[in-house]
Each structure stands twice: as C-alpha cells, then as structure tokens.
Design a protein around this ligand. Structure first.
Ligand SMILES: C[S@@+](CC[C@H](N)C(=O)[O-])C[C@H]1O[C@@H](n2cnc3c(N)ncnc32)[C@H](O)[C@@H]1O
Length: 211
C-alpha cells in the first residue's frame, strides 16, 4: 500500500467513531496469541459491518469463518430483539479466544458459535438469513455462496471479504489463486439472482443483494 493510501486509511480510522474497549482488547489479544492476526476485520471494517447491521436490524446472521470473533461481535450490534448470529469456525484451537470475548460481550446470548467445516454445517442449518458474511477459505467462496444462496431471504445481503486479493485481481497474468478469486467475482456479476457492488475497503468487500 503506498503512503498516500496508508494516510487515507489512518484518517478514515481516526475520523470514524471509537470502538468498544472489548473490541480493542480483542484485537490486541488476537495479535498477541494467533499466528495470522492480519485475518482480523479490525476497526474500520468492523464499524462498517456494525453500521450495516444497525441499518438492516437483522433477525438472522450467518458468519462463515469466526477466527477470534471480531466481525461476529460487530455484526451482532444491530440484531433485532430476538435476533441471532450463527458463526462457524473450522479451527477448534481458536475457540477459547472467541468464546472469552463472546462471554464478555453484552450480546453473548445472541451469538451461537459452531466449530466445524462450514461446507458440512451449512446444509444442516434451518434458518433463513438477512445477512451472510463469507470470510473463510477463499478458494471455497463459490461453494459457500452456492450453499447459502437458497437460505438467504429475498432482499438479503451477502458480504464477501478479500475479493481484491491484495490487488492481484487486476494483473493481466493471474496466478491460480487470484484467478479463482476473479472467477468468483465474475460469476457473481453474471448471476441473475443477485446484484453486487465491490467496495475497495481494506482487501475488498463484495456486497451482494439477493433479488
Ligand atoms: C479471515 S479469518 C476470519 C476473520 C473473521 N471473520 C473476522 O472478521 O475477524 C478466516 C477463518 O476461516 C476459518 N475457516 C477456513 N475454512 C473454513 C471452513 N471450511 N469452515 C469454517 N471455517 C473455516 C479459518 O480457520 C479462519 O479462522
């Protein structure tokens, strides 16, 4: 990222509302205790999710890829009175950390954390979702999308992270992983069941609305 872009990000960060001390502490502990802390959503993306959730006031949210729970807590902020977020994480070694912060959150009763492979768990879910956040194994994005699309309400929102793949999607010659990300983006653009927009926030967030 060049210096101007870094400064713009810092400015956006500073000029956006403060986050809770719980999320601040969660990000700190994620950096201290995990091997790939850069996977965390962080302040700006977390605030964006919180804002979306508060605008939509969803009854049901699904997150694919909990990691340490930062986006889970951010998305949970706008849930309706009886709302619930289900979050799925394949790595059971992260559970002690996400559970610690879910338990400390005022929204703890609205969070259901499942350990397991989302590909196996999604078909067992009975709910219809207002928001789905796809943020797990990037190579499986299309598989997650195909599994969840029948379970998303009409007018519902699907968010997909890392769709710019560190900017590599614009390269004329794409490596195998980048090509997969690009093929997913193209597939969504061509899908008549949805409308989409890509925001160049952090590593790129695709917003998909089911028609
Ligand atoms: C980028 S991190 C998620 C970050 C988190 N959503 C946040 O915003 O802080 C991706 C996570 O997905 C998990 N994951 C990868 N494949 C998965 C699968 N098939 N099912 C469930 N979780 C998976 C990884 O173990 C990792 O913790």
């Amino acid at each position: 990222m060049n210096q101007l872009l870094k400064n713009i990000y810092l400015y956006c960060d500073e000029m956006s509302k403060d986050r809770s001390s719980l999320l601040h502490q969660l990000e700190r502990e994620t950096h201290l205790k995990t091997l790939a802390p850069q996977m965390i959503s962080g302040k700006l993306q977390g605030l964006f999710f919180e804002m979306l959730s508060k605008l939509i006031k969803p009854d049901r949210i699904l997150e694919i890829g909990t990691f340490t729970g930062y986006a889970t807590i951010s998305l949970a902020a706008g849930l309706s009175a009886n709302g619930k977020i289900i979050t799925i994480e394949a790595n059971k070694e992260l559970k002690y950390l996400s559970d610690k912060y879910f338990a400390a959150s005022p929204l703890k009763d609205k969070i259901k954390a499942i350990v397991g492979n989302a590909i196996e768990i999604i078909p067992t879910l009975k709910e219809e979702f207002d928001i789905v956040y796809i943020d797990a194994n990037k190579k499986a994005n299309l598989e997650y999308f195909n599994l969840i699309i029948p379970k998303v309400k009409s007018g519902g929102l699907i968010l997909v992270d890392n769709v710019l793949w560190s900017g590599k999607v614009v390269a004329a010659k794409k490596d195998k992983d980048t090509q997969l990300i690009h093929d997913f983006n193209q597939g969504i653009l061509d899908d008549p069941r949805v409308e989409n927009v890509i925001l160049p926030l952090r590593d790129g967030i695709m917003m998909i609305r089911k028609i």
